[in-house]
Design a protein around this ligand. Structure first.
Ligand SMILES: NC(=O)c1ccc[n+]([C@@H]2O[C@H](COP(=O)([O-])OP(=O)(O)OC[C@H]3O[C@@H](n4cnc5c(N)ncnc54)[C@H](OP(=O)(O)O)[C@@H]3O)[C@@H](O)[C@H]2O)c1
Length: 358
């Protein structure tokens, strides 16, 4: 049976450590978890079963593996040290017999987007970023349609527009947007991205290094490696649509309490074909997963055991190809979720009636 492995790591240190070690998660302070994460060995978390292609009936299996580093630790340790531990987990995947390895969350954010890791391993590697981009764009278009927001008459901001996912999401949304606001930390790469979105079909593209400028936008996609809490309640325009692809989340939890007028949802969630059992609770309902893990599974279902979405410069062709493969094998966009809960249709209807009436 063809198989895959996928690497995850703690996003919310106390909560996620408690998923594997309930007592340690309860008693250890967060800063101790950050400290210890440097010394904790790689782990095999679970055996994944029950994934079956809707197109071919092919069944595959997989393993969830953990690099114990927290996101904060991965951003601050020397990149070579982080690579060493990720590569050690890759060797564990090889020993288990996996033919495809997916790099979850910050394991592809650090360094060169998986290139060095792919070079050091005998099995195929994907960051999963192409399919993440495809479904984030699909979710944004779906939310805009349901809220009666016409993208062609709106300002659409992408925070993290110079990143691997943010760059390709910006280009994919350009043909549908009247104006784009590209936000990041460095003006040079932002200027280059602005040229690309103009070529891709947007009439107007502005850049900014100030996240608070998202106040100008009716629609916001945020996909950064800021480590969390980047988007605060006072930064959002009334009735805004906000798609948060980042893990840890960019949108502060305060937004859920303080801004009942905005629609915030998790970007990049899909329903897996078959009767999947991930064997480990990583915070989603059992049948749903993130775009990056879905890409790893879709490539394995297809038997396409070659590196995919590695590096920081993703192409539109790559995104379209994996989107078509995943659709063929039966992946479906998940219902919108916000801060660990399914978004009730009544919430969407209320925001629509109050802020975007026909
Ligand atoms: N939901 C999912 O299924 C899924 C799947 C994969 C990844 N992700 C998440 O997606 C996010 C982005 O991943 P990626 O691979 O695209 O990362 P990336 O290539 O490293 O890009 C990150 C982007 O964030 C920008 N950034 C960082 N800190 C910022 C700040 N304080 N203010 C504004 N911009 C900032 C960076 O700007 P610079 O150009 O200045 O560095 C860069 O443009 C991560 O949080 C990752 O965990 C989610």
């Amino acid at each position: 049976m063809d198989s895959f492995a996928f690497i995850i790591h703690p996003i919310d240190p106390k909560r996620d450590v408690a998923r594997k070690y309930p007592l340690l998660g309860k008693v250890l302070p967060e800063r101790t978890i950050h400290f210890l994460s440097r010394f904790w060995p790689p782990l095999q978390l679970s055996h994944v079963t029950g994934v079956r292609s809707a197109a071919t009936g092919k069944e595959i299996e997989g393993w969830l593996l953990a690099v114990p580093y927290t996101a904060q630790r991965m951003l601050t340790l020397p990149v070579r040290e982080v690579y060493r531990k990720i590569i050690a987990v890759g060797h564990l995947a090889e020993q288990l017999g996996a033919k495809m390895l997916g790099l979850g969350a910050y394991t592809s954010v650090v360094g060169d987007g998986g290139r060095t890791i792919a070079r050091e391993l005998d099995i195929a590697v994907t960051s999963g970023d192409s399919y993440t981009a495809a479904i984030a764009v699909a979710a944004v278009r779906d939310a805009a349609r349901r809220l009666n927001v016409n993208l062609n008459q709106s300002t659409l901001a992408v925070v993290g527009a110079t990143g691997a996912i943010g760059g390709v999401v910006s280009q994919m949304l350009a043909p549908y947007s009247a104006r784009m606001l590209l936000i990041g930390r460095r003006r040079g790469p932002l200027e280059m991205m602005a040229e690309k979105v103009l070529v891709a079909g947007c009439d107007e593209a502005k850049i900014s290094t100030n996240v608070a400028d998202i106040r100008e936008a009716e629609v916001v996609v945020t996909v950064t490696s800021a480590g969390g809490d980047l988007v605060k309640p006072d930064m959002l325009r009334q009735g805004a649509i906000v798609c948060d692809v980042s893990r840890p989340r960019d949108v502060s939890r305060q937004v859920a309490h303080a801004r009942q007028d905005v629609l915030v949802f998790d970007g990049g969630l899909v329903r897996v074909p078959g009767q999947v059992d991930f064997g480990f609770d990583y915070g989603l309902p059992p049948e749903l997963t993130y775009g990056c893990l879905a890409e790893t599974i879709a490539l394995t279902l297809e038997g396409k055991f070659e590196d995919y979405s590695v590096g920081k410069d993703l192409s539109l062709a790559q995104v379209q190809h994996i989107d078509a493969l995943a659709t063929k094998h039966g992946f479906k966009l998940a219902a919108l979720r916000s801060f660990e809960h399914k978004l009730d249709d009544s919430v969407i209807q209320r925001i629509k009636q109050e802020f975007h009436p026909d």
